[in-house]
Design a protein around this ligand. Sequence first.
Ligand SMILES: *Cc1c(COP(=O)(O)O)cnc(C)c1O
Length: 434
Amino acid sequence: MPPVMPNWKEAEAFLNEARQLDAADPLASFRDHFHVPPHGENPALYFTGNSLGLQPKGAAAVIQDELDDWKKYGVEGHFQAKRPWVNYHAFATDDLAAIVGANPREVVAMNALTVNLHLLLVSFYRPAGRRTRLMIEKGAFPSDRYAAVSQLRMHGLDPEHHLIELEPRPGEHTLRTEDIEARIEQEGQHLACVMLCGVQYYTGQWMPMAEITAAAHAVGATCGFDLAHAVGNVPLQLHNWDVDFACWCGYKYLNGGPGCTAGAFVHDRHANKPELARLEGWWGHAESRRFLMEPDFDLMPGAEGWQTSNAPVFNMAALLASLAEFRAAGIDRLRTKSLALTGFLERGIHAVAKSSGVHLEILTPSDPNARGCQLSVVAHGKGKSLYNHLTENGVIVDWREPAVIRLAPVPLYNRFADVAEFLIILEQGLKESK
Ligand SMILES: *Cc1c(COP(=O)(O)O)cnc(C)c1O
């Protein structure tokens, strides 16, 4: 319950509805499989699973297993451990493939997100002749833009002329499908690669990934996505959408813990192409011959061929615990709950705006098919004191100046009651803060 009795007349109705929805939620018990940070006596209202997912209670046991096996076996743990380290990444493969809609051969857990983005751009952004341009979205996550610009420079290309940044129409916050398609068509033979986000980190827009891929292929460009905010959030069909490559991190919706090992997808079409440019390392060398220490590189088929180093076991252990939760909950059931949970939040924000008289603008598309769980809300005319009010009352959200609140109700562990309690605290805060 919120700490102060609300004087918002709809508070009771939202709380009652939330209780009913939680009682009927088939996934409600999954919350108990996660550690929700406390705020005083109560659990915090945690809405930053888009930034760092919560710790699965099963994580400690998996990490402890690896510590025990290291203690017990030393180097022999590579083969003797309960989960032999030599192929540790493979324990994540089937679940990751299910989450991104791929064949197991198309995915691999490795490295960190930006590292994977670079490795994949090395292979799939191959400027040649007139075809030199790389398309990203304007306002992309800085790391992605840095990666794109440095790739261009590596090819001796000036980002000023060869980096294309898609921009929404004036006065709009998100990209229209027809505008993306038109721009790709317009770039035509100049376009080498389209590399967009799956879900935009700032606006929460879920890109029309299948349409974008088709448009890119129609002009002869490759197409890839950064799925940092999409993986574990929205249902993906990377294989069927014919996406060339994709990468993601393990610590946002995937709950693998800070700095968790990331992932990569490469379409089966590119599974066996030793001729593709690639930065090679011994973990991409044919598994059966890896320890023969041969001088010549013998490429592993599939996404595993992009591996360079042996698996960071401790960085993947917690991820395995989280993937077990995804497997049990199922991406489809999670999406069903997510639609209801975010829809409930959206309706509540409109009600709070009306009651408080504050203009709350939702930047995220209102079409549920064009978003995941996150809503990005601007509290016009408000400032940091609103954020302080939220924080003091146990609400953990992402805040950007001037007054952009990004909220991600995560279906694995957030309750409808979290949303109702947040709405009450927000309503108070809007009335009381400057
Ligand atoms: C979170 C995020 C990153 C972070 O990159 P790391 O390599 O994991 O540090 C990069 N890009 C996007 C789009 C993100 O959302």
